[in-house]
Design a protein around this ligand. Structure first.
Ligand code: ADP
Ligand code: MG
Length: 477
């Protein structure tokens, strides 16, 4: 055991040396002089789980407290609080749970009564599906096959949008409702036994309760809105303050469909599973009021695409370019190790911190595994041919996008395929056409681009190998 690890054993009473406002939802804010008891030493020896004398619990940084028994003979600490210890994010992740995406294979959306009857044929007791109600827009119908007939149950919603099949017991979402009736008939003609699975893409549902239970909820009152930063697909993005730190706040526009809400939350849910210095981190989600807010790490220099275009050759050095490339590749090595496919890697989705560290963002399309069926929204110029044509997304299709990203980086934010009409891109690429190197692009970098653009996904390097090549490239000083 190192000295660091044994600093404060559990049970130690400590006193705050400085005000600690807390930075993350699981932090325990306290004031100078407050009394705190250490409950647990976290994996990260710089951070402890502690209980405040007011009963609240959370994480505190080592360098903001001192042992109470020592506090009388220690001279006053310096008046300026230190930077809280850096934290080992893996220890933090342990504290906050992962929020899962649930799929609803048995949800068939807007189909008619006759369609649902056809889908439940041949009949089988307990065979079921859920569809949108035709009579009551916004509600659902649970259709269950029993003794050769189909029973229909209206599912109604309450003001919280919770759902119920009997008007008595309410569930947070359809997944919870179905799970309940899979265990027990509880008033239905029979227990739900076998689902009719929808062909194609399945709807997803993310549980608001799960964000709360897993420690990601941020009370709205803890957020101060400062100014707008930009506009996203779902609404405005704001600069805000949370416990003394700058944060970015993404809002979900007020009037949005269930699907849009779920997609917005899907991004947050994906982010709860990821933690890396080169990925924009989730701080929390604010759900207690409408609209829903997604709170992320603030990236002071904004989107890389914009930065490249506005600063250009005069400001951005060769060293900056190789650093950005390595940062992004590093983030992608991590995603690859987690078997996560981003699907939308592009310079518009890379953000820059005040210290010019590039981080990958926009996990809205990111999914574990490989299938995805709605191709309307695909950014054609960035997407690998096999992903466009056969919907085959993989870490290797992200590698293709990384090649396009490098091209953007070395052309200072130009739009890819400058001389090719948008509608012809796919054909051009299929015929083997590839972009020329941007002016002044180092040969090693152009070679990486070409490797990323191999028609055969298996012939492309993975991110670990690309990282090795990028490490070799030393820009002239
Ligand atoms: P969407 O993907 O929904 O279109 P983005 O996440 O790309 O939305 O956000 C839109 C814009 O808001 C970005 O281009 C950027 O200018 C700004 N922005 C988003 N997130 C942050 C952040 N964490 N820090 C600073 N600016 C941000
Ligand atoms: Mg974006």
């Amino acid at each position: 055991m190192t000295d660091k690890e044994s600093r404060f054993p559990p049970g130690t009473t400590c006193v705050g040396k400085y005000d600690f406002p807390g930075r993350a939802p699981h932090d325990l804010p306290f004031r100078k002089g407050d009394s705190l008891i250490i409950i647990k030493v976290s994996k990260d020896p710089n951070w402890y789980k502690a209980r405040h004398s007011n009963g609240t619990e959370g994480m505190i940084p080592y360098n903001y407290v001192m042992e109470k028994s020592n506090s009388s003979h220690i001279s006053n600490p310096s008046p300026v609080p230190p930077t809280p210890c850096s934290r080992d994010e893996s220890a933090v992740m342990e504290k906050r749970g992962v929020v899962k995406l649930h799929t609803m294979p048995w949800f068939h959306g807007d189909i008619t009564r006759a369609d649902s009857e056809a889908l439940l044929t041949p009949p089988k007791d307990g065979l079921f599906l859920v569809r949108e109600s035709q009579a009551h827009k916004g509600n659902y119908t649970l259709c269950v096959s029993y003794k050769g007939k189909v029973e229909f149950y209206q599912i109604e919603k309450d003001s919280r949008q919770w759902v119920s099949a009997d008007g008595e017991e309410y569930f947070e979402n359809l997944v919870k409702l179905v799970e309940h009736y899979q265990k027990d008939a509880d008033g239905l003609v029979c227990r739900l036994r076998h689902s009719v699975e929808k062909k194609g893409a399945h709807d997803i549902v993310v549980s608001l309760e799960e964000f709360k239970n897993k420690g990601w909820a941020i009370p709205r009152a803890d957020l101060d809105m400062k100014s707008t930063l930009g506009k996203g697909e779902f609404g405005e993005v704001w600069l805000g303050e949370y416990r003394g730190n700058k944060v970015a706040i993404k809002m979900l526009k007020e009037i949005k469909s269930r699907q849009a809400t779920q997609q917005f939350l899907a991004e947050a849910s994906v982010m709860t599973t990821l933690s890396h210095t080169n990925l924009v981190g989730l701080i929390g989600v604010s759900l207690d009021e409408s609209p829903i807010y997604l709170v992320t790490e603030f990236m002071g220099k904004g989107a890389l695409e914009q930065y490249l275009r506005t600063r250009g050759r005069s400001v951005i050095t060769k060293q900056n370019q190789i650093d950005f490339a390595r940062n992004v590749c590093n983030g992608m090595v991590y995603l690859e190790s987690k078997n996560f496919v981003h699907r939308d890697l592009a310079s518009r989705n890379v953000l820059l911190s005040d210290e010019l560290v590039a981080k990958v963002s926009d996990f809205g399309l990111a999914r574990e595994g490989v299938t995805r069926s709605d191709s309307q929204k695909l950014p054609v110029k960035w997407t690998a041919p096999e992903a466009l044509k056969e919907n085959k997304f993989s870490n290797k299709s992200d590698v293709w996008s990384f090649g396009i990203f490098l091209w953007e980086l070395y052309s200072y934010g130009r739009v890819p395929y400058p001389r090719v009409p948008a509608n012809d891109i796919m054909q051009f690429v299929e015929r083997g056409y590839r972009m020329d190197p941007p002016d002044g692009c180092p040969p090693v970098i152009y070679q990486i681009m070409k490797d990323c653009w191999q028609a055969d996904p298996n012939a492309r390097p993975n991110f670990t190998r690309i990282m090795k090549s990028l490490e070799k490239e030393v820009p002239p000083s």
